[in-house]
Design a protein around this ligand. Structure first.
Ligand SMILES: C[S@@+](CC[C@H](N)C(=O)[O-])C[C@H]1O[C@@H](n2cnc3c(N)ncnc32)[C@H](O)[C@@H]1O
Length: 249
């Protein structure tokens, strides 16, 4: 993994701020794979772990559940699902092999009743049969998909009837002063920490823009409804900095 990237390389290829393209997202996560976990801890003060624990609770797993974790990255949600939820199986997928290599390394030491595996797959074009999972999850991944509707259609297809899709994602704090502070933090602090760790400040400016342009809680619920999901609900965490949506097939 190169240590540096010329910010102009990203700027030249750059679509609108915050707008994901597969090439842009793959480039960013290939570059930051080795320092992604450290960035998460520093930028969220470790609160991200409690968000993932809440997502596992929302998944409502059974010991027989087969779980698909999309955009699994370095595996934090996949491993939390296995350790905390203890289902039969967790399949973690991502389209950046460098991120999954970190996940596989972290999974190596853990033993438990849950079978955990990782494989390369595009969240918009899943290589799994219809109705093959009880639960699908995604943490901080949906925001990076150029075509959310394609992802929702694919998840709907691979879920069994009654299956749940749990989405943990940055969202819009409803309380205006908190939202103002949060946006200031995103704009000022996140690129600074990210730039320091990876010398790739531009990627973190993009990540911030992608958070700010992502639909708010109700709008995301409407998109899930349009994709055919029912019983859609969400809970805000940390004053709405993130939201956990649950949608049922
Ligand atoms: C911010 S990371 C989240 C990783 C992990 N879920 C977590 O909670 O830390 C986003 C991940 O989504 C992956 N990703 C983005 N677009 C994808 C796509 N179309 N298909 C599969 N993975 C994708 C990236 O490679 C990256 O690893």
């Amino acid at each position: 993994m190169p240590d540096t990237i010329d910010e102009r390389d990203i700027a030249d290829a750059a679509p609108a701020p915050g707008r994901p393209t597969a090439e842009r997202v793959q480039g960013i996560f290939t570059l930051i794979a080795g320092r992604y976990d450290l960035f998460n801890i520093l930028s969220s003060f470790g609160i991200d772990r409690s968000w993932r624990r809440a997502a596992v609770r929302a998944a409502n797993l059974k010991t027989t559940s087969r779980v698909l974790d999309l955009c699994a990255g370095t595996g934090d949600l996949s491993l939390a699902l296995a350790r905390q939820g203890r289902p039969a199986e967790v399949v973690g997928t991502d389209f950046v092999p460098e991120m999954l290599a970190v996940a596989e390394h972290k999974a190596r030491g853990s033993s438990g009743r849950t079978k955990v595996s990782f494989s390369v797959a595009d969240a918009q074009d899943l290589p799994f049969p219809d109705a093959s999972f009880d639960v699908a999850t995604v943490a901080f991944g949906v925001r990076n998909l150029p075509d959310r509707a394609a992802n929702f259609a694919e998840v709907f297809r691979v879920l069994k009837p009654g299956g749940r899709y749990v989405i943990l994602e940055f969202s819009r704090p409803p309380f205006a002063p908190w939202r103002w502070f949060y946006h200031l933090y995103l704009r000022a602090v996140i690129p600074a920490i990210g730039g320091l760790l990876t010398r790739d400040r531009a990627s973190f400016v993009y990540l911030n823009d992608s958070i700010r342009s992502f639909p708010a809680q109700g709008a995301l619920a409407a998109e899930l409804r349009a994709a055919g999901f029912t019983a859609i609900s969400w809970e805000d965490r940390t004053g709405g900095i993130v939201a956990i949506h649950v949608a049922v097939k």
